[in-house]
Unconditional design. Structure first.
Length: 425
């Protein structure tokens, strides 16, 4: 940080449990506040990122209660305070809900969660941040298919670029997180906007995506990581035989993994100085019949070279599995994309599904980061609650967020320094 230049400030909208915020804070940004409406997800964010003893925390303003908010409620009840932030916010980060775009589920043009992009743009107009960072699923770049009217076929990524492009220089691309040290084949859409009134259009090779790709090796080497991290390197210390198994500390009648000891550089990075028990290690209560089925599936997938690959129709019918997404992890490769369904992935050597902590490792959350709320939910509550597995799946991997934080911090600091020189002149 240049002398005399204060830490640039960010707000996180649609913050979820705080993966994006955590990465930005670790990169050296000052967090002002975060917006998240779900009580479970906000409780996770509040527990980890607002307490006085938190490793990374927001400088929450006195005028804003530390509680769940919808972006509409916030703009309605605190319009004056938000308007007063114009010119003082360096970055608005956020990943509006993506389920209506996701190729992992049913893509629906009329999904009400898609409308939240409009609210995000309203917030941008109100606060007018110098930089904008948006993350979403790759599905946002796909046109909606036949059978929809013309408006509903629109590509939301193109629409975002066009709408933001009126005020911002916009750069957008899809990156695969497994090429950036995340142990997960996770293609994600990112968009960076730079306010035209304060930034010049950047030439090819100097835009944020070029800097992100150019700096990743240095970033990862500093943390003793390569660009590729495997599932075993991420969660090998959480195997039952290594960590041990005992009664779950937070759920009666369940067992949990006990005491992982880091074995790889990635595991040591995720341990991040944490001492004591690791949270969110509750194991699923599989029946003996399910355990036997999983043992056979794991053995067959290994023998037939189908690790990290969906079970084919013949296997699903033979094992009585209806869902198509079931995969067995390949220990020597990054995992498939983490989803909100805990039974989508089977462990590479143990006949079980993964714990919340193992999913969190694959998403690069440090071991001190504690998740709150229910573990899972179903039925009608699925659309109204964000339990732990879903919080993890929906998050931006903090490691990727930290990389983006360093890249965008350099632009923000340089811009602040330019303004300071111009004022002095």
């Amino acid at each position: 940080m240049q002398a005399g230049i204060k830490k640039p400030v960010f707000i996180d909208a649609f913050a979820g449990c705080g993966g994006l915020s955590l990465g930005l804070l670790k990169a050296g940004w000052r967090g002002l506040f975060a917006i998240e409406k779900d009580a479970f997800a906000f409780d996770t964010l509040r527990t980890n990122l607002t307490g006085k003893v938190s490793k990374c925390r927001f400088d929450w303003p006195d005028w804003l209660p530390v509680q769940p908010w919808t972006i509409e409620e916030l703009m309605e009840q605190h319009a004056d305070q938000l308007s007063g932030l114009r010119g003082h916010v360096d970055l608005l980060a956020g990943g509006p809900p993506c389920q209506g775009f996701s190729s992992a589920g049913r893509r629906r043009t009329g999904d009400p969660r898609n409308v939240l992009f409009e609210r995000y743009l309203d917030f941008v107009e109100l606060v007018r941040p110098r930089l904008v960072l948006i993350e979403n699923v790759r599905g946002i770049t796909y046109d909606f298919g036949a059978g929809c009217d013309l408006d509903d076929k629109r590509n939301f990524a193109d629409e975002l670029v066009a709408r933001l492009g009126k005020m911002y220089h916009v750069y957008a691309d899809t990156i695969r997180c497994s090429s950036f040290g995340v142990p997960q084949h996770r293609p994600r859409f990112f968009l960076v906007g730079m306010l035209k009134s304060e930034f010049k259009r950047l030439p090819s090779g100097e835009d944020p995506f070029a800097w992100l790709r150019a700096s990743k090796v240095r970033f990862l080497e500093k943390r003793s990581l390569g660009t590729k991290v495997t599932s075993r390197q991420a969660i090998g210390d959480l195997e039952m035989a290594r960590a041990g198994v005992g009664p779950s500390p937070d759920t009666k009648g369940y067992e949990a993994l006990l005491a992982p000891r880091p074995l790889s550089n990635f595991q040591r990075l995720m341990n991040d100085g944490h001492r004591g028990p690791v949270s969110d290690t509750r194991l699923a209560n599989h029946t003996p019949r399910i355990v036997e089925r999983f043992e056979k599936i794991i053995a067959e997938c290994k023998a037939s070279g189908r690790l990290n690959v969906q079970l084919n129709r013949e296997m699903r019918e033979r094992y009585g599995i209806k869902k198509m997404a079931t995969r067995v992890l390949d220990p020597e490769a990054p995992s498939p994309t983490i989803t909100s369904m805990p039974d989508d992935l089977l462990h590479y050597s143990e006949p079980r599904t993964l714990t919340v902590r193992e999913n969190a490792r694959l998403q690069t959350f440090p071991d001190w980061f504690v998740f709150k709320g229910k573990y899972t939910t179903g039925g009608e509550l699925r659309a109204r609650q964000v339990p732990r597995f879903t919080q993890v799946a929906n998050a931006v991997p903090p490691l990727i967020a930290e990389m983006w934080g360093e890249v965008l911090l350099s632009y923000a600091v340089d811009q602040r320094a330019t303004i300071k020189r111009e004022v002095a002149a």
